[in-house]
Ligand binder design. Structure first.
Ligand code: GAR
Length: 194
């Protein structure tokens, strides 16, 4: 699995991580998950990782300054030598030092059609704005919040009567479809570069 190692960063449920892992198990995505790191000790995704025999690491971020947390993360990730670092519901902003450590190799998923509705509660923002179409985006992370070159997007119709929960659930189904496909695209690029 040289050159196809994924480090996955989560903060909670971890359903995108699980979808990526399932794509690997089905043989749809040719990659391996070298570790899962959570900044929250009670993230549900950690249990799934442990049950699947994947290295699950807690690196608590509360009370730690961004620069210090970034270097802690870098030091933890380096020994795994990840090909890509995949942010999957990782709710902590990473600074330039982190991005420089893995240049062009940090991916993020966001529950809107970026550049619309970056930041927190993207689905709520979409409903409040009144858009008729929203969706999800996988992109290469740069130094902004939910910005950087877009790899894949899926559109999701906003239905009359949608609540934040119903819209989020339909968007999440599409997130699970696009993240592993975007990873496959990136791995193609990265391994061709070698
Ligand atoms: C997902 O909807 C993801 O797009 C969002 O957090 C959720 C995590 O769910 N990420 C962001 O909003 C990043 N700005 P998961 O833990 O079940 O994968």
């Amino acid at each position: 699995m040289e050159n196809r190692k994924l480090a996955i960063l989560i903060s909670g449920r971890g359903s995108n991580f699980v979808a990526i892992h399932k794509a690997i198990c089905r043989g749809d995505l040719d990659a391996g998950i070298c570790c899962v790191i959570s900044n929250m000790p009670d993230a549900a995704g950690l249990d799934y990782a442990r049950a699947s025999g994947i290295d699950a690491i807690v690196l608590q971020s509360q009370g730690i300054e961004r620069v210090q947390y970034d270097s802690l993360l870098i030091d933890t990730l380096r020994p795994f030598d990840p090909t890509l670092v995949c942010l999957a519901g990782f709710m902590r902003i990473l600074g330039p030092e982190f991005l420089r450590a893995f240049p062009g190799r940090v991916l993020n998923i966001h529950p809107s059609l970026l550049p619309a509705f970056p930041g927190l509660h993207a689905q709520r923002q979409a409903l409040e704005y009144g858009v008729k179409i929203s969706g999800c985006t996988v992109h290469i992370a740069d130094e902004g919040v939910d910005t950087g070159p877009i790899l894949l997007q899926r559109a999701v119709e906003v239905l009359d009567g949608d609540s934040e929960e119903t819209l989020s659930a339909r968007i999440l189904e599409q997130e699970h479809q696009i993240y592993w496909r975007a990873i496959a695209l990136m791995l193609e690029r990265v391994t061709r570069r070698k």
